[in-house]
Design a protein. Structure first.
Length: 140
């Protein structure tokens, strides 16, 4: 029995060290931001959804609708953030390793599109809402 407990303890220590090594490897300081470049499949959130402005009820309502659609699509955990300005929200998600950020803006209301920002490249793409879940799935 003592042997089994010792063996389990060693496995846990090795596992913790492996996680620590993965986190240290993923941690990057770039120019003016900190990024946790985790592989998308192990990121704590698969995407985040933001309204461009939290004081515009129509943007918030549409963002909530898109958030609900994404959470219903079995993509994994999806983050919601409407605090602070959009740049701070992007940086906060970069720091925790969220691979894709979905911004609901005025074009969303007019054209049924969203802006999706990639964590690693900071490149932004316009995606139709009807294609959003598949777009994010392909990036995971």
């Amino acid at each position: 029995m003592v042997w089994l407990i010792a063996r389990l303890s060693i496995s846990i220590i090795i596992s913790d060290r492996s996680v620590l090594v993965a986190l240290l490897e993923a941690y990057q300081e770039e120019d003016n931001r900190i990024v946790l470049k985790l592989p998308a499949r192990i990121a704590p959130y698969k995407a985040a959804v933001f309204p461009l402005l939290k004081n515009k009820p129509e943007l918030v309502a549409k963002a909530r609708e898109i958030y609900s659609q994404l959470t219903a699509n079995s993509l994994g955990p999806i983050a919601w953030d409407d605090r602070g300005n959009i740049g701070k929200r992007y940086f906060a998600q970069d720091e925790i390793g969220t691979p894709s950020c979905v911004t609901v803006d005025f074009d969303t209301l007019e054209k049924d599109t969203v802006t999706v920002r990639d964590r690693d490249t900071m490149k932004q793409e316009t995606v139709a809402i009807s294609e959003l879940a598949d777009f994010i799935k392909k990036r995971l």
